[in-house]
Every structure is written in C-alpha cells, then in structure tokens.
Design a protein around this ligand. Structure first.
Ligand SMILES: *Cc1c(COP(=O)(O)O)cnc(C)c1O
Length: 357
C-alpha cells in the first residue's frame, strides 16, 4: 500500500533526491567510487558543497552580507554555539515550546538570559506578540516554527537588536527577508535534507561583536574561512541536501512551494474545523503550515486509538502527536505531496461517517 509520510523529522524527501542519492552511493558521478568513500577534499565534492551553497543562496535570496555554512551537530549544538559566540552581557529569548526552552537552558550557561515572552501559560498554543524588546540585548532569539506544538510566526518580526532564529522546521517553506536576521540556523532534517547536517546563515558583521576566546569548532569565523570544511563535513547529507534544493528550484522555488504548502494546510485545517470528530489545538492566527496538530473533539476522546489504527490501515505514517500535546500531528513539509493530505482528509471523513453521533 502507498505510504503517506507525515513524520516530524527526519521526514519525507523528494523521490528524485532519494533516487539520485542511491545512485551516488553506488557510483559517485562516474568516478567508480561511492560518495561514502570519497575525500571531502576532492574537486567533485567541493563542487557539491558549492552547489548546495549557491542553491540555498538563490532559493532564499540570501544577501551578500550573509555567509552560509553546513555543519554537523544538529540544531541542538547551535543552542550553545550561539551564546558561546554572541552572549557577552545579556540575551533575550521568546519561549514558544520545547525547543525554545532547550535553547534558553544552554544560553544560561554563558550569561544573563531573559525570557521576554512565553506562551507556556497555555501549553504553547500561541505565539506571544506585542512584548517589549530592550535595546541593550546582544541578540533576540526566536523559534519561527514550533514543531511539537504546531505554531508558527507568519511574518519576519522587527527587532531593534540582532535577531537570531531557529528555523529548523520551516526553512524554505516561505520567502524570508534574510536581511532582518543576524543568524538563521536549523537541522536540515525537517525541510532541507536528511539528518546529519545543520545549516547556519550568519551576517558577517555580527561576528565582529564577539569578545570570548572560542574553541575552534565553536568559532563561526573558522568555518567561514574554510568554506564549512574546517573539519570533515557531513559529506553524504550535504549531497542529499543539494539534491533536495535542486528539486525545489526545479518545481519553482520558495514562492511555488509556499503556494502548495498553503493549499495543503488549508485543506487539512478545513477538515479539522468542519469534521465534528476533530478539533485543532492552537490559536488560528498562529497555526503552523508545517506541523498540523489536532485532537479528538470533546465527547469523542475515547476514539483516539481507533482513529490512529484506522489511519495506519489507510497508509498514514507518523501522525501520532507528541506526548506533550497528544492526539495527532501531521507534518506537511515541502516534499509531502498534496495527494498525501488528500488521503488523510479522506480517511478523516470516512472515520466520521462511521463514528459521528
Ligand atoms: C528538530 C528541531 C530541533 C532539534 O534539531 P536537532 O538537529 O535534532 O538538534 C531544534 N529546533 C527545532 C525547531 C526543531 O524542530
């Protein structure tokens, strides 16, 4: 049976990227070697690294003021690399979920860390707005899409201090005004590629503000000066990331995918709002287009497991909600086809005909 991959991360990738990855594992560009056994210092791999860089720059319209890095360690490593580099006196954070809280915990190791706003009072079901941003902060850190709770910033906010954003789970899902950010980072495994590679987009002059002596691997400048090859980069994940970006460019880029993402989200939220068995879990204006969370409606809670089993029998994969929200989460990343959302909606409709009171 056809599987519909709603995994939250690592997650669905374009079929063509997987096929090209499979070919490169067997024979990397006619070299007679697998991509798994080549040196990262070869011309052929340097070309892959350059292409990945150029494609991301083009797709996200990254200005010349910013550098792009592909590193190891995941977004979680950036949680401490950022304060290590930039937290001299005081940093501001917005607490919008589990990942934001983890970032705050790490920052506290390096200096004063103030939580300027939080949505924890309502189990992170909304994005806090209208709070003051003090001008004496080294930076302000936000999480643009909250993968677990299903909330998302739909605009690039204005900040009087350098803005740092964890965009792990909504990067490339919509156009972003990169010039508004001092640093953007994330794990690639939600929307940009496979697990094992982390992207960092950093404004070069932001680096001038640093005062600490840094270990080499923590120092962004080191990675910039070595084109992300200060040490061995994640060669194979970067190759698959490059193939994923190539696919995105071929289907029309970020504007085209935004349109498709809206179409998918409208379809699924529309069903959640009209189907008597289900309700959404977040404030409507902050609903994520990437991670769509819903639970059984009041009176139907007992059917939770029955729907899960039924959805599985229809080929749905990865729709179990995170334990801190419960219910269901359908992650609708760029590479998830519209037909998968159509299949989930059909499954919800059919379940309602069987069970509506
Ligand atoms: C998945 C995720 C992370 C953690 O990423 P790792 O690469 O596993 O460290 C951090 N932030 C957000 C928003 C995420 O979705």
């Amino acid at each position: 049976m056809k599987k519909h991959n709603f995994n939250a991360g690592p997650s669905v990738l374009p079929r063509v990227a997987i096929e090209n990855a499979a070919k490169a594992v067997l024979d990397f560009e006619g070299s007679g070697l697998s991509i798994l056994e080549i040196s990262h210092r070869t011309k052929d791999f340097e070309a892959v690294n350059d292409q990945a860089n150029d494609l991301l720059r083009e797709l996200l319209e990254v200005p010349d003021t910013h550098k792009i890095l592909f590193l190891g360690g995941g977004a979680s490593t950036q949680f401490f690399h950022i304060p290590y580099n930039f937290l001299n006196r005081k940093a501001g954070y917005v607490s919008t979920g589990v990942w934001a809280k983890k970032a705050i915990k790490e920052a506290k190791l390096f200096g004063e860390t103030v939580t300027l706003a939080s949505s924890e009072d309502k189990n992170f079901t909304y994005i806090p707005k209208g709070f003051d941003i003090p001008t004496d902060l080294d930076y302000l850190h936000i999480t643009t899409n909250n993968t677990i709770y299903g909330t998302e910033y739909h605009t690039d906010i204005d900040s009087p201090v350098p803005l740092v954003a964890d965009m792990s789970s909504d990067i490339l899902s919509r156009p972003v005004d990169v010039s508004k950010y001092a640093l953007i980072y994330g794990g690639a495994q939600k929307n940009m590629g496979p697990a094992g590679v982390t992207f960092v987009i950093v404004r070069e002059d932001f680096l001038d503000k640093r005062t600490r002596t840094l270990p080499s691997m923590v120092d962004y400048k080191n990675h910039i000066d070595n084109d992300s090859m200060y040490n061995t980069p994640p060669v194979f994940p970067i190759f698959v990331l490059k193939e994923t970006l190539k696919w995105l460019k071929e289907i029309g880029g970020v504007k085209a995918i935004q349109k498709l993402n809206r179409q998918k989200a409208d379809l699924l939220y529309g069903e959640i709002d009209s189907n008597p068995l289900f309700v959404g879990t977040t404030a409507k204006e902050d609903r994520s287009l990437m991670n769509i969370c819903f639970v059984m409606a009041p009176g139907y809670e007992a059917l939770n497991d029955a729907f899960m089993d039924y959805a599985k029998s229809c080929g749905m994969v990865g729709i179990k909600g995170h334990r801190s929200v419960g219910g269901f989460r359908a992650s609708c990343y760029n590479a998830l086809p519209l037909e998968s959302v159509e299949a989930l909606v059909a499954c919800m409709k059919e379940f309602a005909t069987q069970h509506a009171k």
